[in-house]
Design a protein around this ligand. Structure first.
Ligand SMILES: Nc1ncnc2c1ncn2[C@@H]1O[C@H](COP(=O)(O)OP(=O)(O)OP(=O)(O)O)[C@@H](O)[C@H]1O
Ligand SMILES: [Mg+2]
Length: 302
């Protein structure tokens, strides 16, 4: 059975919408947030049409899986992800649409820096390295090849801008933004988490090339928030596809990016709707990485 894609939950939930991101919606849940992960997909900072069936469930279930695995390393924002505990705050006729897509989370003061860890030199990091021999101001050994594993994972933060793109920043700039002590803590924690996830992925035939983590403060305690080690927040490569020097297909929205790049789109206005074949192939990739990382099928059919 084909799943229905959910592009917003505003009519499904009896609670005020506080924040609508490109993918997630945060509802007022008393002292907590109710986070609904929709099936919306974005690329190059645009939300695209149509939504991708099951994408929200993959992101939410995979995040829940990782939050539970990393709970000993650092606390996180999860209160629970149990739809039944929402009671009549969800309209009964819509309940099935929210299955696997909700998380009740602690409200945090978001730290305005995306904590990026790279274990491999690829993507935007590779482009910086070719030009300057550095990534975010960090000098790297000469002669690295595209997609090479770095001797040590590196921390390459970016500043969260309210409008427009996030901006790569140096570690020094980060210390100006959040203070030296917190910057150092974030760097250490991020690399620890990356190392943990890299090993976990490695045992499942997946290379975790890089990832983006978000942290927040709750009553002075540093916790992980948002999503973690999902295809929207990490770059996964199947080991069997790993090569040096060439482009490697990542297990995420790559079909969408490739399609847009070849479609003549100017990147200055909302692109026209994605063809069904691209949507289906993207959905397949999200389900595939979920299965490879958790060993669970998302639905009986996949
Ligand atoms: N527990 C939390 N406390 C506070 N903010 C949170 C929490 N969990 C997630 N967020 C924030 O909620 C938003 C989730 O929405 P989404 O990921 O769709 O946004 P986005 O389009 O990536 O936008 P942004 O540029 O704000 O990240 C993010 O801004 C994230 O930082
Ligand atoms: Mg986000």
């Amino acid at each position: 059975m084909e799943s229905q894609a959910i592009s917003t939950a505003t009519v499904l939930v009896n609670a005020p919408l506080l924040y609508k991101g490109k993918v997630r919606e945060l509802y007022d849940w008393g002292e907590h947030y109710l986070i609904v992960v929709t099936d919306r997909i974005s690329a190059f900072d645009y939300v695209l049409e149509p939504a991708v069936p099951d994408k929200g469930s993959v992101l939410n279930r995979l995040s829940a899986h990782w939050f539970s695995l990393t709970g000993d390393l650092i606390n996180n924002h999860v209160v629970h992800a149990d739809l039944d505990l929402l009671g009549d705050m969800v309209k009964p006729e819509y309940k099935h649409l929210l299955q696997d897509r909700i998380m009740v989370a602690r409200r945090a003061d978001r730290i305005p820096v995306e904590c990026v860890v790279r274990g491999y030199v690829t993507g935007g990091g590779w482009r910086q390295y070719v030009k300057t021999g550095e990534i975010n101001g960090k000098k790297l050994p000469a002669g690295l090849r595209k997609n090479a594993r770095l001797p040590e994972p590196i921390f390459t933060p970016s500043a969260k801008n309210d409008v427009g793109h996030d901006e790569d920043i140096s570690f020094e700039r980060m210390t100006e933004l959040v203070g030296t002590e917190l910057a150092e803590q974030l760097c250490t924690r991020s690399i620890e988490l990356y190392e943990f996830a890299r090993q976990y992925c490695d045992q499942r035939g997946i290379i975790l090339a890089d990832c983006k983590l978000e942290f927040g403060l709750v009553e002075g305690e540093l916790i992980l928030i948002d999503e973690i080690f999902t295809p929207d927040a990490a770059r996964f490569w199947a080991k069997e596809n790993y090569v040096l020097d060439m482009d490697i297909e990542s297990m995420d929205k790559e079909p969408v990016r490739t399609y847009l790049a070849g479609s003549g789109w100017d990147k200055n206005s909302k692109p026209s709707p994605l063809p069904p074949s691209i949507v289906e192939e993207t959905a397949r990739r999200y389900r595939e990485i979920f299965y490879r990382l958790t060993g669970q099928r998302l639905t009986e059919d996949y």
